[in-house]
Design a protein. Structure first.
Lengths: 441, 175
């Protein structure tokens, strides 16, 4: 990486600039792989994706193939998807249910706990060779928080998952608390990509400033549907950006409309019945958790768990996404829909409609984000002439808002810390968890 | 084109061959409107009640009431989708990309008195700046006889025969 600074964090002027070399240069991606993806806790999947014993999902986490599964014993595990014999990827299906994981190359079979249970011609191995020594490998650390499963490839990672998540746990709670059992990932996954650097999607996922222009057509659609923006805005209190520690950040609001709207985005209720059901559900949550916490649940949030897990919960719908660089200018993205299973058909239909109208590679919003980020990447070809991107909005404010860029600076300071060793000095007070009522599963 | 469709409605029973020919003509017409970005005319091909679906690549047989799709449009959203693309506020298709649709393997079957089920394979080639993307898939239609083009579309389910939307990244065009 040489002598060039990755960021320019000037508290005097103040200004915050990002070196576009971080978006372009292969050496920097190589350093990111070593210092970020090989070190941090990374999202694997959600518990609801594995309802039954022997259910499995295969995916790539931090560039390594894994099997995310539930064993005969009902426990969730993460196994390295590489045969211990000669390294072949054992399971090539994206998802399924099976008691055994069979490698067709030489016929080794593993059970759902990863133990080597059968193989042809076992007797010809030398004395002392044991099947027990050839179980499928597992990441050194695997843990979950409220249904969200993570792994860490670094045996020396000093922080437990909960320590790593720091004060982001409050915001995961605001999502998980929407179900009295377990939030549910829907069938159907958005497996897409962008010809852009992965950090552009970090920024974009927590960027309030771009909405009015990039998502002009979505807002036009809302207007045409009769959405009353003025009424919605009245109920939005204390929206802001928060530093959650460890590079995690959030933009979130508090909704005080008492159920009169589905949030800042989303279409109006189609009829009185759906309005009534929505209010009923909101009231039930208020009974369980208290009004303040419920107003926050319904305020929505764009949450970044460093480095690459995003939960965007806009009340009208909730998406979970993660993404990895294949090269400096190309990333692969996986997007899921998360929802409370007890919502009922009417609210579910409303949620599906609002979700797809906004998100996904064919929504009325996401494709325009894809276009924007791809054009940023194209513009970065000139980075030697103008190397600096600017995310100074709201710097120096005591309480930065959702249209400011504090949340991105939080990411970049942690990023810089991991790559250079320069300590990340917080710009604002770090968000502190709040006490709340109600029992949780 | 005649408003009376062979094999449908009051017309004398016609051969499957005639029905398929009429459906093929209609699908070629639809493809031409989409390739020429005559989206207002394309929208006029639909009945009042519309369902335009594109399932996610990992749930090609998914149920829109349960599974996450790419597209699940009723009339209002489909109109908004078309309007934004014609106004130039859909940045992903502004300026419009250049597309070439190939429609093939057409089959059609009469369902009751006033409906035809049709299925066709499609390949949409999409060129934008220096990239060429290929969207192969198959489309299931529920058609009703009528209109200047011979049929109206009540339902179209365009299933991408891709395992991932990579490296495409998006389907901002109509399939």
């Amino acid at each position: 990486m040489g002598a060039q600074p990755l960021i320019l964090d000037d508290r005097q002027t103040p200004r915050f600039w990002i070196n576009r070399a971080t978006m372009v240069e292969p050496e920097i991606l190589a350093a990111e792989r070593e210092e970020i993806f090989d070190r941090c806790w990374l999202y694997v999947g959600h518990e609801s994706e594995l309802p039954e014993p022997h259910d499995f999902r295969t995916r790539s986490v931090g560039g390594r193939p894994v099997i995310f599964n539930r064993g005969t014993d009902g426990r969730i595990r993460v196994l390295l998807n590489a045969c211990t014999h000669r390294g072949m990827m054992v399971e090539s299906r994206r998802e399924g249910n099976g008691r055994f994981l069979k490698c067709f190359y030489h016929g080794w079979s593993f059970n759902s706990e990863g133990r080597l249970v059968a193989m042809p011609l076992e007797g010809d191995y030398p004395a002392g060779w044991s099947r027990d020594q050839r179980c499928l490998a597992s990441p050194p650390h695997v843990d979950s928080y409220r249904g969200f499963w993570f792994l860490c490839w670094d045996p020396d990672q000093p922080q437990s998952l909960v320590q790593y998540l720091a004060n982001a746990t409050d915001f995961i709670d605001l999502v998980a608390d929407q179900s009295s059992s377990l939030m549910q990932i829907n069938g159907g996954t958005h497996l897409y990509s962008m010809r852009a650097n992965w950090k552009l999607l970090v920024e974009n996922s927590i960027d309030g400033y771009h909405a009015l222009t990039t998502h002009h057509r979505y807002l036009e659609m809302l207007k045409a549907s009769g959405a009353d923006f003025a009424a919605r805005a009245v109920g939005q209190l204390e929206g802001g950006a928060y530093d959650l520690g460890n590079g995690h950040a959030v933009v979130g609001g508090v909704d005080a409309t008492e159920g009169r709207s589905t949030g800042m985005l989303g279409r109006e209720f189609p009829d009185d019945e759906s309005r009534r059901l929505f209010k009923e559900r909101r009231d039930a949550l208020a009974t369980r958790y208290g009004v303040d916490w419920t107003d926050r649940i319904f305020g929505g949030r764009n949450l970044l768990i460093f480095p690459n897990l995003v939960i965007v919960d806009l009340v009208m719908g909730c998406t979970v996404r993660t993404f990895y660089p294949e090269s400096p200018d190309y990333m692969e993205i996986t997007g899921w829909e998360l929802q409370p299973p007890e919502e009922g058909d009417v609210l579910h239909a409303l949620r599906q409609d609002n979700f797809l109208t906004f998100w996904g590679p064919a929504g009325l919003a996401t494709p325009d984000d894809v276009e924007a980020l791809e054009r940023c990447q194209a513009g970065f070809a000139g980075y030697r002439t103008d190397p600096w991107s600017d995310i100074s909005r709201g710097m120096g404010k005591e309480r930065p808002g959702g249209m400011d860029e504090l949340q991105m600076r939080v990411f970049w300071r942690r990023y810089n810390e991991l790559l250079t060793g320069e300590p990340a000095v917080p710009e604002t007070a770090v968000y502190q968890p709040v006490a709340r009522a109600g029992a949780r599963p | 084109m005649s408003a009376v469709v062979p094999g449908v409605g009051e017309a004398a029973p016609a051969s499957r061959w005639e029905l398929r020919l009429a459906v093929e003509d209609f699908l070629y017409h639809e493809a031409e409107l989409l390739d020429r970005w005559r989206l207002d005319e394309w929208l006029a091909l639909w009945t009042d009640e519309v369902t335009y679906l594109v399932p996610s690549t990992d749930r090609p047989d998914g149920d829109p009431l349960r599974d996450l799709f790419f597209v699940q449009d009723g009339r209002f959203i489909l109109e908004q989708r078309v309007r934004s693309m014609m106004k130039g506020s859909a940045w992903a298709e502004s300026p419009h990309s250049t597309t070439c649709r190939i429609v093939s393997n057409v089959r059609a079957e009469r369902i009751g008195e006033a409906a035809v089920e049709a299925r066709a394979n499609f390949v949409v080639h999409r060129s934008q700046r220096a990239t060429l993307q290929t969207f192969p898939g198959h489309a299931d239609y529920l058609l009703e006889p009528g209109g200047d083009a011979g049929f109206r579309i009540r339902m179209k389910r365009a299933t991408l025969d891709l395992e991932e939307l990579r490296p495409h990244g998006r389907v901002a065009i109509i399939l």
